[in-house]
Design a protein around this ligand. Sequence first.
Ligand code: GLV
Ligand code: MN
Ligand code: MN
Length: 407
Amino acid sequence: MPPLTIDADRLWQSLMDLAQIGATPKGGVKRLTLTDLDRQGRDCFVGWCKAAGMTTRVDAIGNIFARRAGSDPSLPPVMTGSHLDTQPSGGKFDGAFGVMAGLEVVRRLNDLGVTTRAPIEVAAWTNEEGSRFVPTMMGSGVYAGIYTAEAMHRQKDVDGVSVGEALAAIGYRGDAPPVRVGAYFEAHIEQGPVLEDTKTTIGAVLGGLGQRWFDVEIVGQDAHAGPTPMELRKDALLAASRLVIEVNRVAREYPDNARATVGHMRVSPNSRNVVPGTVDMTMDVRNARDETLLAMVADLRKSAEAIAAECRVAIDVREVLYFAPSHFDPALVDSVRKAAAALGLSCRDIVSGAAHDAVYMNRVAPTAMIFVPCEGGLSHNELENARPEHIAAGANVLINAMVAAAG
Ligand code: GLV
Ligand code: MN
Ligand code: MN
């Protein structure tokens, strides 16, 4: 039997339509989790799923599951999905591609009148980005039992709004219990340069980097910018700046795909002629090996201590997220390679530098991911872009791998 193919134009159009919700002037998307724009994106997805004949349910952390029945109701579903939330300067594809590709799989099976044995489910996970609320991959983390919904409901954004309040405000606090999942696939843009640089269409993802996230509070002393001599200052921003340099140094010095980033900083009192007394900042540290990740963190803690002493400030480094490097299911990863080969698509193994809901689904079900190239490897950027033929190719791999798993 020739491999199945999806309707490329319909998938592309759905992505472009979804990208209107929260569209930014530069062509990106700002649809922060659990905002009214997120509600609009969710409502749009649920409407399309219902139109495709699917039944939907919502769980306590707001994850949405849309199901297409199989012929054998005793079988666990074969699931795919990703997230509808974006970064503040997000693009049209990060997350949205995986959800829309799942919907297109169902629409195409409907067109063809194909009934799989196992049900097919499409998930839209809550707060994958971890931008408005920590931690990242919150919805899939609850689903996989890493966190309780109750604990996550208490997490607050920088304005003091809790996840529980935000969920209730958008009407997506449900009560569906988790179900056993037979296999989980996630299609995603690569968000890095490897596939484009090697002119490869499909990445069979072996796993992803482990991550440790930190909240850092630096406390010095507010003081007048004029009369206060340099040697008497307790400048929290100077200390923060030195720590940023150390974060960069550590990521460059360590092996195993080391990455480290300071992406958020709040300076107080943030006034032109006041020596800054307080800085709150984040550190995001990643590595392919758990031991190396730990060594990077130990190095950073030592640097923070030295900087604190030299700048005469207090530096508190508090870990707020940890997950180990992940390794996806070898047989399922191979099914991705096989689907790509059957479709005549170039394919290479790849490791994900980004977090994905697949990381937590991998704890509860055999899991694999399908990457496609994105322009210049750019993501978490309004200019994020992908070619229609690559988007279609990824969804074609997805439909064949899912049908192979669902029977
Ligand atoms: C999520 O997008 C992450 O990798 O931080
Ligand atoms: Mn993503
Ligand atoms: Mn992202």
